[in-house]
Design a protein around this ligand. Structure first.
Ligand code: MG
Length: 299
């Protein structure tokens, strides 16, 4: 059985007919936050309910990277290659320094605790952008149940000034986010409030050179499922999580094709020596497929 669904014929050139969707590891409860470390030849990802960050290494397989992880979720790296982590449990975003020590980047806004930082990206100017929906404080499953004190928004943190600013405030629950290749666009997924039927869709904002956002038009609605996390390839195509796998969305918003995955997908990232491998966190398992595409992944 093919592991692809080709909708736009161009998608047929993006995939490799004999490349499998390979399960690399399983037995987790809910995995997210994959981040590739080419210099260490490994992938880190979060097993959120089990309060740990896992490491997968080709050849060596699975080991535990950090436990407890403060119910870590989304992760990325900054321009100096340091790990940036969203923590539901501590309601903060942290940076892991090269010596292993942990620096708190943000844990409060307007004098009140953040909700539960979910997903994070770094712009080429070094600023750190993260979403702060309430999912990690709604129950005790992926963090600690607590009252929400700040709205669900997207923040920008500027390392030079330590300024923390609200950049997106017109969504129910912002979740995954990514810049277009030239950073003139910011894509943000709205996955809606827990226990409600809010609209779930991807929106796109125009991003000025100084990072100021405008617009916020509807870009695409993932079906089935929702766009929890996504990444962009070098041509600006968006590869998004969905209930039936990974959907590839063209820059004009149309669905080009799918990589079918046996479990509901949460997040993805590109990795491998040419950033041509798609690492997929999907419910209880980590999967990988090799593509005829290259992802944008810093550093
Ligand atoms: Mg997420």
């Amino acid at each position: 059985m093919s592991c692809f669904e080709i909708i736009d014929p161009i998608f047929g050139t993006y995939v490799l007919g004999n490349a499998p969707v390979k399960q690399l590891a399983t037995g987790f409860d809910w995995v997210e936050g994959p981040v590739w470390f080419g210099d260490a030849d490994c992938l880190l990802f979060s097993d959120i309910p089990n309060n740990r960050i896992m490491r997968w290494t080709p050849g060596a397989g699975i080991s535990t990277y950090r436990e407890p992880s403060n119910y870590a979720n989304g992760q990325t790296r900054d321009l100096r290659g340091r790990l940036i982590t969203c923590e539901h449990g501590a309601r903060r975003v942290t940076r892991t320094e090269h010596d292993g020590s942990i620096t708190v980047i943000a844990d409060r806004f307007d004098g009140k605790p953040l909700n539960s930082p979910n997903d994070v990206i770094v712009k080429s100017d070094g600023t750190i952008w993260f979403s702060d929906p309430h999912y990690g404080i709604m129950t005790n499953y992926e963090g600690y149940a607590a009252d929400q004190e700040n709205p669900c928004v997207v923040y920008r943190y500027t390392p030079d000034t330590h300024a923390l600013e609200v950049m997106v405030s017109d969504m129910n629950c912002p979740n995954g986010l990514a810049f277009s290749p030239d950073e003139s666009l910011l894509y943000v997924a709205d996955t809606g409030r827990m226990f409600s039927d809010d609209a779930q869709h991807l929106r796109v904002y125009d991003c000025a050179a100084d990072g100021a956002l405008s617009g916020g038009r509807h870009f695409h609605t993932i079906d089935p499922g929702a766009s929890d996390g996504f990444r962009i390839d070098t041509d600006g195509n968006l590869w998004s999580s969905a209930a039936d796998g990974v959907h590839c969305i063209a820059p004009d918003g149309h669905l080009m094709g799918k990589v079918l995955v046996p479990e509901l997908v949460s997040n993805i990232c590109f990795g491998g020596r040419a950033k041509h491998e798609l690492y997929i966190t999907a419910t209880t398992s980590l999967y990988r497929i090799t593509l005829n595409r290259q992802g944008i992944q810093r550093p």
